[in-house]
Design a protein around this ligand. Sequence first.
Ligand code: HEC
Length: 105
Amino acid sequence: MPRLSAFRGRIPAALLVAAAFTGLAALSFTAPASAQDPAATVMSACSKCHNTQRICANLGVKDKTAWNTTVTRMMGKGAQVSEADKPAVVEWLAAQQAGAKPVCQ
Ligand code: HEC
């Protein structure tokens, strides 16, 4: 029966395509485009020249605008923060309460 075998042949192909799309969707969810955790960025990039006590002293003091100025200045000195990660870093710093961990140990 040629028709039946042709039908049978199509099912695995369709399943394969569906599986491939499912795989792609899963990948795009687990790997967002720009993906550095701002806390991790601050703890690594901002502790190269001074310890994080300097940052701790300003948590709850500087607002978003002030942190943007500071981070821009630190990047000018050589802080390894990408332009893509910068807004999230500024946002994160501005949202931290005075004395918050991990910046303040
Ligand atoms: C290349 C070295 C270097 C790196 C990396 C660095 N800093 Fe600094 N930072 C300095 C120096 C030098 C000073 C003291 C002189 C000054 O304030 O300009 C300072 C001072 C500061 C101060 C106190 C002065 C102020 O403006 O409030 C804060 C807060 C600060 N840094 C935050 C950060 C943050 C946040 C990062 C990460 C984005 C960072 N630093 C990374 C060199 C660095």
